[in-house]
Design a protein around this ligand. Structure first.
Ligand code: NDP
Ligand code: CA
Length: 329
């Protein structure tokens, strides 16, 4: 597997196990809502020019098209209908969009509509079995955060998988809300993945889900939570058997990257790990991960910049279904 050369990234982690079926390339990225970047975020070291949508959109598209993911999970999308949906449709992607109920973009003058999550997959690789648009709850109360969950069927092998994208509540002081949103999402994912497995007699063989287990799952998003937070711990400990792909970039395989977002606001510099790709570790192996750019590559003014169009970095990995004999017990 060879990536096109991209000066911004190198790939570092590779699992050299023999592959039976082609891997699935997954990308997640908080692309920075245009209205928030220009009107709310206060990135004091980023020239306003670097946020100009007419140019910034090409940097975002260039990064996506460099890697051509099979599954693309975007957050803070406020140019879905006029940009990402039509352009990616012409390149073979199916997509769905779920705006936040009260997007903060709507407070910005000359906004382009609400921001939300968008989920894209390559039509050539998958057919769609089911879509759920979720408004996340916390302690039974609806919140302003959403998730999309889709059940896909691999056209080549018939294997099923569920894919989810979310963007949890931001800011410090909201840790308990994020924890509750995560719990709500996990509960929905459990129901959706078991339903998808139960309704599929073909996938009840080894590796396809036993009917009591669920369909293999990938959950992507901006969790707005460091690995020390409750919501991260809930995901690690959940009965869904999830693990975080980017830990495999570290020397010990147990440590998340030092950052997935890095920005300077009037309140100071903020460098944190908030974005994750979760995968069912009983069902998938992670074959390749796109490296995180170094501090030098990011530069002293941090993100966004003329080179990096968002304050968040994109995460990208290739996963493969485990062969039945490789499944851990
Ligand atoms: P969040 O708190 O989750 O954050 C919204 C966005 O702000 C995120 O994209 C987040 O980015 C970004 N952000 C995070 N930290 C900062 C910061 N320090 N400075 C500037 N931006 C930051 O939003 P909510 O969904 O809870 O919505 C909050 C806003 O939505 C309110 O301030 C209000 O404007 C609006 N609202 C309006 C309502 C109404 O009735 N009209 C009701 C509810 C909300 P990232 O995820 O990348 O960190
Ligand atoms: Ca943001």
């Amino acid at each position: 597997l060879v990536y096109p050369v991209d000066p911004k990234h190198q790939h570092q982690y590779r699992n050299h196990e023999q592959q039976q079926t082609p891997s699935i390339r997954v990308m997640t990225w908080n692309i920075l809502a245009q209205a928030l970047g220009e009107g709310k975020d206060g990135f004091v070291q980023c020239p306003l020019d670097a946020l100009n949508w007419a140019e910034r959109k090409y940097l975002i598209l260039e990064e996506i098209l460099t890697y051509r993911p099979d599954i693309l999970c975007l957050q803070e999308v406020d140019h879905y209908y006029d940009t990402f949906q039509p352009i990616l449709a012409s390149l073979g992607y199916h997509s769905t969009f779920l705006p936040k109920p009260w997007s903060p973009c709507l407070d910005v003058a000359s906004n382009n509509g609400p921001d939300g999550c968008a989920l894209f997959y390559r039509r050539a690789r998958f057919s769609l079995l089911h879509t759920s648009h979720l408004r996340l709850s916390a302690m039974m109360l609806p919140t302003n955060q959403v998730a999309i969950v889709q059940t896909l069927r691999c056209r080549e092998t018939g294997q099923r998988l569920c894919v989810a994208v979310t963007h949890l509540k931001a800011r410090s002081g909201w840790e308990r809300l994020r924890g509750a949103q995560g719990a709500d999402l996990l509960q929905s994912l459990k129901a959706i993945t078991s339903r998808a497995a139960g309704s599929d007699p073909v996938s009840r063989g080894p590796g396809g889900g036993s009917g009591t287990e669920g369909v293999p799952l990938i959950v992507c998003g901006d969790f707005n939570a460091e690995p020390s937070e409750d919501v991260y711990k809930r995901f690690i400990a959940s009965p869904l058997g999830l693990d975080s792909a980017y830990k495999l970039l570290s020397a010990d395989g147990q440590t998340e990257p030092a950052y997935t977002t890095w920005k300077i606001r009037p309140s100071g510099e903020s460098c944190s790990t908030l974005d994750y790709i979760w995968y069912s570790h009983g069902a998938f192996t992670v074959d390749t991960l796109l490296d995180i750019p170094t501090e030098e590559q990011i530069g002293p003014d941090r993100l966004p910049s003329y080179h990096y169009p968002s304050d968040h970095l994109s995460l990208l990995c290739d996963v493969s279904f485990r062969e039945p004999r490789d499944q851990p017990h």
